[in-house]
Design a protein around this ligand. Structure first.
Ligand SMILES: [Zn+2]
Ligand SMILES: [Zn+2]
Length: 559
């Protein structure tokens, strides 16, 4: 992949993706030049429902050891979990500011609080078109449109040339907040000459344009004008535009709005405080007040679009939510994509909803969801504006990356495509751009039940596993009736068995059996939900009685 073309004089610029290339999630990029390094984003990946006991997946940070003391900034493109979720885990390796827009930082703050990290004045708010300097690197922020407000692309001006990183984007020409994609500046940068473009490949396998956030209006109008009962919409809690559109529609159709589920409530509050979400005060009610209104007067916005067992909608679906019940005539709208791997969990939630007599509306029925990532034509437009010398597709699995690569050659045949994987070290210097080396990269699974200050959380996780061991509760449950067919057993590894733990192991099967028997049938026949219950029960037992935190990985055998 050597390229003989010369780039401008100056120290080489090394760029290493540590996550997000060849997979969806845990986006992170290291940029290093001379004595200075910086990170772009620090995201998580969510475990598949079958990865029991794992709460989060973060990039392996060991490659950062070589840059100890030199990582002078963390630059955030936007506030999605796959870009900010791992910040608390990496922050002690960053010595300088965390740059992000107002809304991005507002989403970061509670995350740091949760981990007991005080970032103090290190959170530095930036605006589009602003420029900050980090050593020899000048970082220019550019507005892009996506499924949430306040998203940025970066133009990193380096001694070797300008590197453009798109962040996540689609080209929404009629954004709900009127803040349009900065196509002008993209064009100017392209005319001035761009060394390398790193661009979002998520929807590279889709043709055409993804469409504006407004394109779901018609679909929702149909739902609102025909629903005779409650309307319950589940979406990602960061989909602020979707919230705004639904709040406006509720206003138009005389329905009150309730946010249900912690992250929905938290994010809507944050967005409203900062002016990104406008809710007329007379419109909003609390989730605990939903039952005081006639169903046809209510809209609920819920968490749980991926079937996550602890979120609001999956609980509502099995009639196990404190405040919200479904009944005949209600409509439940899934206004989000199902993340691959979650299909079965989401399907089960839909079945439970149908069993309650409510109607399920999903993307395949009506246009109630639109992607936040650009399709082929949008990706090509950015390629033709930027005309990069080197093109690096990121944010996608290999098939999307390779589609995007082919597009780049079509748009601009002179572009050199660099296909990279996590851990590839890209070097841009006098001899051009190439993969010059490989560093350690991979995934670290986090059992996030621990909170508190994190001094090297990853190491501590490993230590916990080493000191507190592993517990695997196994139980056989009748798929139809939910009856226990095989009494709970606990298989353990690496548990230092003292008197207290021996007692727990003796009592646990009986306590688990009781807990399972006390669960509603629908929870017992839903492997995802019942596993979550077993995991919490066993964790609680060990924590309360022995002060231990073993990793708990329940196995439910459906009989
Ligand atoms: Zn995003
Ligand atoms: Zn993303």
């Amino acid at each position: 992949m050597l390229d003989a073309e010369a780039v401008a004089d100056g120290p080489p610029v090394d760029i290493i993706p540590l996550g997000g290339v060849g997979e969806f999630g845990m986006n992170m990029l290291l940029v290093a030049c001379g004595e200075t390094a910086l990170l772009v984003d620090a995201g998580v990946m969510f475990p598949e429902p079958e990865q029991f006991g794992v709460d989060l997946i973060i990039p392996d940070f060991s490659a950062l050891d070589a840059y100890r003391g030199r990582i002078a900034a963390l630059v955030l493109t936007h506030g999605h979990e796959d870009h900010i979720g791992a910040i608390a885990h990496v922050l002690d390796r960053v010595s300088g500011p965390i740059y992000g827009t107002a809304f991005t930082l507002a989403l970061v703050e509670p995350k740091l609080d949760e981990h007991g990290v005080d970032a103090g004045d290190r959170l530095v708010r930036v605006r589009p078109r602003q420029v900050v300097e980090v050593g020899p690197l000048r970082i220019e922020f550019l507005r892009v449109t996506h499924s949430m407000p306040d998203c940025l692309a970066l133009a990193i001006h380096t001694p070797a040339g300008t590197v453009v990183h798109t962040g996540d984007f689609k080209i929404d020409q009629t954004p709900l907040d009127g803040e349009t994609f900065d196509l002008h500046r993209f064009g100017e940068l392209g005319s001035a000459g761009v060394l390398a473009l790193f661009s979002d490949s998520t929807n590279a396998d889709r043709d055409g344009f993804s469409g504006s956030e407004r394109s779901v209006i018609d679909g929702f109008e149909e739902v609102f004008s025909s629903a005779s009962g409650k309307i319950v919409v589940t979406a990602f809690a960061t989909s602020i535009y979707r919230m705004q559109l639904l709040v406006d529609m509720a206003d138009q159709f005389d329905r009150k709005v309730a946010f249900v589920g912690r992250s929905m409530q938290q994010n809507s509050e944050l967005a409203a405080e900062l002016g990104y979400l406008r809710i007329p005060p007379r419109l909003q009610i609390r989730d605990s007040d939903v039952r005081d209104y006639a169903p046809e007067d209510v809209l609920c916005l819920c968490t749980g679009s991926q079937g996550q067992p602890a979120a609001a909608l999956p609980r509502i679906a099995i009639d196990d939510h404190r405040h919200v019940r479904l009944e005949e005539g209600d409509v439940v709208v899934f206004s989000s994509r199902v993340i691959p791997g979650n299909e079965r969990a989401v399907g089960r939630v839909m079945n439970h909803i149908a069993r309650r007599g409510a109607e399920v509306v999903a993307e395949q029925d009506k246009r109630v969801h639109v992607s936040g990532h650009g399709s082929g034509e949008e990706l090509k437009l950015v390629l033709s504006l930027i005309k990069p010398r080197f093109f690096v597709p990121i944010h996608g699995e290999y098939r999307q990356l390779s589609r995007h690569a082919r597009m780049a050659k079509l748009v601009h045949p002179a572009t050199t495509v660099l296909m990279v994987e996590d851990g590839d070290l890209l070097r841009f210097d006098r001899s051009g751009g190439r993969v010059a080396d490989r560093v350690t990269a991979g995934r670290v699974l986090i059992d996030g039940t621990r909170t508190g200050a994190i001094a090297d959380e990853v190491l501590r996780d490993r230590k916990h596993l080493a000191s507190d061991g592993l517990v695997v509760p196994v139980v056989g449950i009748n798929r139809q009736t939910g009856a226990i067919e095989m009494a709970p057993e606990l298989v353990t590894r690496g548990l230092a068995i003292d008197a207290r733990q021996a007692e727990i192991l003796r009592d646990a099967p009986r306590l688990l059996a009781e807990s399972i028997e006390n669960a509603p049938v629908e929870e017992r026949t839903d492997p995802g939900l019942i596993k979550e219950r077993i995991r919490q029960d066993v964790q609680r037992l060990f924590r309360k009685r022995a002060g231990r935190r073993p990793l708990v990985l329940p196995i439910v055998i459906e009989v």
